[in-house]
Each structure stands twice: as C-alpha cells, then as structure tokens.
Design a binder for this molecule. Structure first.
Ligand SMILES: NC(=O)c1ccc[n+]([C@@H]2O[C@H](COP(=O)([O-])OP(=O)(O)OC[C@H]3O[C@@H](n4cnc5c(N)ncnc54)[C@H](OP(=O)(O)O)[C@@H]3O)[C@@H](O)[C@H]2O)c1
Length: 271
C-alpha cells in the first residue's frame, strides 16, 4: 500500500509495483490510516506522503502545522499502526538534514543531522531520527532528477532559475532510487540507507550540461553560497552523503555526472 501515491515519487513507486494499492488517507488522520490498513491488509507500506512545499520548501515556513502533521505526526501514526500489525514499513526520508561534506567523507547513515536552517529540514530530521531507531526501511534521497518533463524534476526546476547555485551536492537519479528501493524491499532490509549517486555535482554544473545538451540558447547566472540567502526565505541544505553502506552490500550506483548526462539526453527527447 502506497501513501502519497500521487506525488512526484509516489507515482513512480505506483508504476513500479503493479500489485500496489494507493491510499488516499491523510496520514495524520489515524482513523483513516487504520481503515485503509484494515481494508487492504498490506504486507508492506511505503510512505511517499509529505509536505515538500510549493513552489518550494519556503512554503513550509508559513505552514508549519500542516508541515508537521504530514512530515512528523503522519509518519509516526504509520509507524505505530504498521508495527502493531507487523507490516513492513518503508519511509521516504531526505539527505536535506545535513550541511557540508563531513570533511570530504560525506555523511553516513549514522551521522546525526546537523542542518536546522529550514522548518522542512527540521521536520524531516525529526522523523528520520525516529525511523532510524525502529525496524523500518528508511530511504534518504536528495535533489531527485529524472528524464521526464515534470516540474518536480530537478532538471526542470533548475532550468526555470535565473541564478543557479555553484555548490556541490548529492543528487538521486529517480530510476536508481526505485530500482534500489525494490531490491532492498525484496530482501526485507531495515535501517537507514542513503540512496544517492556518488561524486557530488553542483546545480550550476548541471545547467552547464543542460546548455550543452538540451538548449544552447539557455541563459543563467552563477550564484555563490554567500548570495543564496538573498533569494530564499528559509536556509537550504547543501551537502554530500556517503554511499559506503550500499557499496558494502554490493549495490553500486552510477556517478552523478554520468546520470545527469543520461537524464539530459533523454529529457531532450521527451518534449
Ligand atoms: N522532491 C524532493 O526534492 C525530495 C527530496 C528528498 C526527499 N523527498 C521526500 O520524498 C517524499 C516524497 O516527495 P515528493 O517529491 O514525491 O513530494 P510531492 O510531489 O510533494 O508528493 C508528496 C505527496 O504527499 C501528499 N501529502 C501531503 N501531505 C499529506 C498528508 N498529510 N497525508 C497524505 N498525503 C499527503 C501530497 O499531496 P498534496 O499535494 O495534496 O499536499 C503529495 O501528493 C517526501 O517525504 C519528501 O520529503 C523529496
């Protein structure tokens, strides 16, 4: 059963698991969650619901109660109700709970969050740390990108910005996220996993490649980290995650620049 089935990531999980049932429940409404779990009796629940903000996470600063219900209360209700029924629970978390590159090592699954600059990141960090303490598969993604012309795709988002940040960040190629999540789910893995493509890349570099591959006429400016607060209400996490845990389990992901090039070539054809 998939909660948040109509979101950017939820839709893609729905497509991948053709035996999945979508839930329309508000995850912070305990009775609705219980009803769906009792009606469907799923063996696995994937929580893709959450408030990410429109047009961006600045929305969460002005809508704190709604954000907390979706990003903290709802995940806790799902955790509790799944544990009571012995249902395998998969939660979507984020790497946006860190800032920096941890001295070049990247942040591992066991490093505590160190970024509190936005309400979105604080709520995601709280639920991430609770999930980390329970037998849950807690998947951390970052700046998801894919081949499709979807306004939630990092490529499309960046192509609308006039000023683009030149700071290296971990990114997640969505087809890799779905494929690896499926592998981990089939193995009934629990614990926190960073699912990012190694070798961080800056949004500015992504747009340089966009100009080369998709649209040579595209114009944009380079923005430094110091200039970023002039353009956003809340702080933004810029960070690199470590993928040693996945590698040690025999799962390797293609590097970030290669998947960006692959995604841009496909994106160009997807008009
Ligand atoms: N996209 C990213 O950059 C990113 C990066 C890292 C991690 N993540 C995490 O991945 C998960 C999915 O993100 P996404 O990109 O797919 O976001 P999304 O496109 O905004 O989808 C989230 C879905 O959850 C629904 N939702 C919100 N509050 C809900 C509630 N209380 N009960 C039930 N459904 C609710 C939303 O519906 P409404 O539109 O009606 O609110 C939306 O359909 C989130 O937990 C997010 O924090 C996303």
């Amino acid at each position: 059963m998939i909660f948040g089935p109509n979101g950017f990531i939820g839709k893609r999980f729905m497509n991948e698991f053709d035996n999945s049932t979508p839930s329309k429940a508000d995850i912070a409404d305990k009775e609705s969650v219980i009803k769906d779990l009792e009606d469907c009796k799923p063996d696995c629940v994937i929580n893709c619901a959450g408030k990410t903000g429109r047009p961006n996470v600045d929305w969460c600063e002005d809508n704190k109660l709604e954000t907390m219900r979706a990003n903290v209360e709802g995940p806790l209700i799902l955790l509790d109700e799944c544990m009571k029924r012995n249902i395998y629970f998969v939660h979507l978390s984020t790497g946006c709970v860190y800032t920096g590159d941890n001295g070049g090592k990247g942040f591992s699954e066991d490093d505590p969050p160190n970024f509190t600059g936005s309400f979105y990141s604080r709520t995601k960090g709280w639920s991430d740390q609770i999930m980390h303490d329970f037998p849950v598969l807690n998947l951390r993604l970052r700046m998801p990108l894919c081949d499709e012309r979807d306004p939630r795709n990092l490529i499309m988002k960046l192509s609308k910005y006039q000023n683009v940040l030149d700071v290296e960040n971990s990114i997640t190629y969505v087809p890799d996220l779905i494929r690896i999540a499926k592998t981990l789910i089939e193995k009934k893995k629990i614990g926190t996993y960073n699912i990012i493509n190694p070798g961080p890349i800056s949004p500015y570099r992504i747009m340089q490649l966009y100009k080369e591959i998709v649209d040579p006429a595209h114009e944009f400016n380079r923005m430094t980290l110091e200039e970023l607060p002039n353009h956003t209400k809340a702080g933004r996490s810029n960070c690199t995650l470590n993928t040693d845990k996945l590698k040690n389990e025999g799962i390797e992901l293609e590097d970030a620049e290669s998947v960006v090039i692959k995604a841009l070539n496909a994106y160009k054809l997807n008009t």
